[in-house]
Design a protein around this ligand. Structure first.
Ligand SMILES: *[C@@H]1O[C@H](CO)[C@@H](O)[C@H](O)[C@H]1NC(C)=O
Ligand SMILES: *[C@@H]1O[C@H](CO)[C@@H](O)[C@H](O)[C@H]1NC(C)=O
Ligand SMILES: *[C@@H]1O[C@H](CO)[C@@H](O)[C@H](O)[C@H]1NC(C)=O
Ligand SMILES: *[C@@H]1O[C@H](CO)[C@@H](O)[C@H](O)[C@H]1NC(C)=O
Length: 533
């Protein structure tokens, strides 16, 4: 009897292993040349490869050593566009990652930047060969970054139109939410590229609405999508469906974030906030010299890095001097500064240590790290939250203003405007962050929120990807909102009919009334006339 149960159990396990985890061929498109945005996406593709799936990954950050089940199409050359050719890119597209950027300028430069990058991607030998190679094959799933280069969705036509999963490394913005049928409600859902929180004044709500309309109705509809559609058809030939159909027929959106760095909002079942996928637990151990340096820091560590896009050396001289002068006032605190130039930092005080590259997560995880001076890109913000390190935020572009606002609202850090940076500002803010314990407390509160999950972020994302595979694209997740036109969705058609009916009723009443009044009037006049006669 007992033996029977054991045999049954073994058989059951065997069948489960066979059926639930059959390896899938997965095609990933992660072209954005940004180290921080690559990390969450690669965390997912690596995890899928480790589970035995067969991945083909277009990535700007290929692994140094080849990985099993993880074939990479190397797009690393794209970094050159934004690092060596910064001036050229700025001249051609109006976009730069090295200066403070206005919001509308950023949105406006979107189509030109996307076009510029798309042409460089499609004209590369790697992608030309890949198109030829995969044309006519059948993949089980495609995973894409739902960001700027949407023409790459044309790959789905080459690989048998498999279900598509989007993976977002910024908190969902209206342009992405629209593709999944998520409600866009500008009265309390602040645009990720804006500067507001979930509580907005009348004027802020007005601007927030304006951002949503400008981004979606004007820039995306009139410039971005048509230009990407043209590029898609140029390189993939006669793709069966138009770009909007491809964009709005994705099975799932995985967002690499959670409520520790965002606000509650309504989401369709096809959208999951899994948490920051790039957090490594435990973090890789520090190199020996850094470990010793950090352990021996008398009054803790200030970690200074403006992220992977902005270079420390792009900080103008007078602002650099303001930082150095402020750092000098905390001689017992060691400052770790990510400084990429080959020359030493001019006027560097003794307590400032520079390195070309620093292992950010391991530094933030070190108990001596007291303050993180950051641009507040989402991935850096999430790491600081996870390890509970207060931030001095200096937002520059993209979603950084939004993140800095979330940060200061939560009381987990302070924000300085880049153009306002001077010695007094830096000194006062650092002093607050180093001496006032309320910032650390707030960060620890956010930290406990982000850590409180039934499964790790990557495991959750893997589960959802396999869910989509198991259910053949999981069409039951797709809300009918996506099958409606905008006037059906906003019930404009119903209101128009209703207005028409009301108008007709009112008109009918009006004319009947006139006829009746006329009748009454004319009988009165007639009767008067009769009397006079
Ligand atoms: C894995 O994908 C590659 C293409 O990148 C393909 O050549 C190979 O046949 C696939 N392996 C399996 C087991 O499907
Ligand atoms: C939408 O995607 C599914 C795969 O998930 C596919 O079967 C279907 O044909 C697509 N529909 C359209 C209209 O493209
Ligand atoms: C894909 O293959 C088909 C059939 O061989 C061919 O007609 C088409 O031009 C190819 N598409 C591209 C983009 O190379
Ligand atoms: C510490 O910071 C909090 C939040 O900004 C503030 O309310 C409080 O007054 C500060 N305490 C001191 C001693 O500065």
């Amino acid at each position: 009897m007992e033996q029977n149960i054991v045999i049954k159990f073994v058989l059951f396990t065997f069948i489960m292993v066979l059926t639930c985890c059959s390896a899938a061929n997965i095609f990933c498109v992660f072209p954005t040349a940004s180290y921080s945005h690559q990390q969450p996406m690669l965390a997912l593709s690596h995890a899928l490869a480790a589970k035995g799936h067969n991945l083909t990954v277009i990535t700007a950050n290929p692994n140094k050593v080849p990985m099993k089940n993880h074939r990479e199409i190397d797009m690393n050359f794209l970094y050159r566009l934004f690092q060596e050719d910064i001036e050229k890119v700025e001249k051609e597209t109006g976009f730069t990652s090295q200066k403070r950027q206005g919001l509308f300028n950023l949105i406006k430069s979107g189509p030109a930047v996307s076009e510029y990058i798309a042409y460089h991607i499609f004209n590369s030998l790697q992608i030309q060969n890949l198109i030829r190679e995969v044309n006519g094959t059948n993949y089980d799933l495609m995973i894409v970054e739902p960001f700027i280069i949407s023409s790459l969705l044309g790959f789905s036509d080459m690989i048998g139109n498999p279900p598509i999963v989007g993976i977002s490394t910024i908190l969902s913005m209206s342009a992405i939410d629209i593709e999944y049928g998520n409600p866009v409600i500008p009265s309390y859902i602040a645009e990720t590229f804006g500067f507001y929180s979930d509580h907005m004044s009348l004027w802020e709500r007005f601007i927030n609405l304006w951002i949503v309309l400008y981004q979606n109705l004007y820039i995306t509809n009139m410039y971005m999508r048509p230009s990407q559609e043209k590029i898609m058809r140029q390189y993939f030939g006669n793709v069966n469906r138009n770009l909007w159909d491809l964009e709005s027929n994705k099975s799932l959106l995985i967002v690499s974030g959670d409520l520790s760095t965002s606000y509650p909002k309504p989401l369709q079942p096809n959208t999951v906030y899994v948490g920051p996928m790039h957090i490594k637990t435990p973090p890789p151990s520090l190199p020996k010299d850094l470990q010793e340096l950090m352990d021996s820091a008398e009054d803790g560590i200030i970690y200074f890095s403006l992220g992977s896009n902005m270079k420390g050396k792009s900080v103008p001289e007078e602002k650099r001097e303001a930082f150095l002068k402020a750092f000098k006032q905390f001689p017992k605190t060691t400052v770790l500064w990510k400084w990429e130039a080959n020359t030493d930092l001019p006027g560097r005080p003794d307590n400032v240590v520079t390195r070309k590259w620093l292992p950010q997560q391991s530094i933030l995880a070190h108990p001596k790290t007291k303050v993180f001076i950051s641009q507040v890109g989402l991935q850096s913000f999430q790491e600081a939250v996870y390890y509970g390190v207060p931030i001095l935020g200096i937002p520059m572009f993209g979603d950084q203003d939004f993140n800095a606002k979330t940060l200061s609202n939560a009381g987990a850090g302070l924000k300085v405007e880049f153009q306002d940076i001077n010695y007094d500002k830096v000194y006062e803010n650092l002093k607050q962050l180093l001496t006032n314990t309320s910032y650390k407390k707030s960060m620890m509160r956010l930290s406990s929120i982000t850590k409180d999950k039934p499964m790790s972020a990557v495991d959750t994302a893997v589960w959802w990807v396999e869910y989509v595979l198991r259910h053949k694209g999981a069409p039951h997740l797709k809300p009918a909102a996506l099958d409606l036109t905008w006037y059906q969705y906003y019930m404009v058609d119903i209101f128009v009919i209703l207005m028409f009916v009301i108008l007709m009723t009112l008109l009918t009443i009006y004319f009947i009334a006139i006829i009746v009044i006329r009748k009454l009037f004319s009988t009165k006049i007639n009767s008067k006339k009769i009397k006079r006669n």
